[in-house]
Design a binder for this molecule. Structure first.
Ligand code: ZN
Length: 147
């Protein structure tokens, strides 16, 4: 429930108070935007770290949670079949799996589509998390605004 702010009654104080209130509201919007951007940047760093760890042959566990990868804009998971080498992109936005779970938990439920007909279905290796499209450095940061 929003707090009701009592305005001073005298005209001059009231004017001053209203302008201070507007200033604080603008500052608050800026802080909210900066917070969203800081979280996005932190999530993106975690995705980069995980990508690099996969590249150098490190463990897939732990990995960023799915919702963090999506928040970072890295909505595509590149996978490679262990048997046939077929590569594909898994769209994390469309995958039916709890978004609070880590990326590597998908490994046990993913199957190669190329090897689908074979009795022993191959599991893919998780390769990297990618942006749906390359971020434009000139573009303003994506903002999760409710207004
Ligand atoms: Zn395969």
């Amino acid at each position: 429930m929003p707090r009701i702010i009592q305005l001073p009654l005298s005209g001059r104080d009231r004017h001053h108070y209203i302008s201070e209130l507007r200033r604080a509201e603008a500052a608050h919007r800026t802080l909210l935007d900066q917070t969203v951007e800081a979280f996005r940047a932190a999530h993106d760093l975690a995705c980069q770290e995980w990508n690099t760890r996969q590249f150098i042959g490190g463990p897939a566990d732990p990995s960023p949670v799915i919702e963090a990868a999506i928040a970072a804009g890295r909505e595509l998971l590149q996978v490679r079949c262990q048997r046939c080498g077929h590569e594909s992109m898994v769209d994390l936005v469309e995958v039916i799996w709890p978004r609070s779970k880590q990326i590597h938990t998908l490994a046990k439920v993913l199957r190669c589509q190329n090897c689908r007909d074979e009795r022993n279905k191959a599991r893919p290796d998780l390769v990297a998390l990618h942006y749906r499209k390359a971020p434009d450095p000139a573009a303003p940061a994506r903002r999760a605004r409710s207004r």
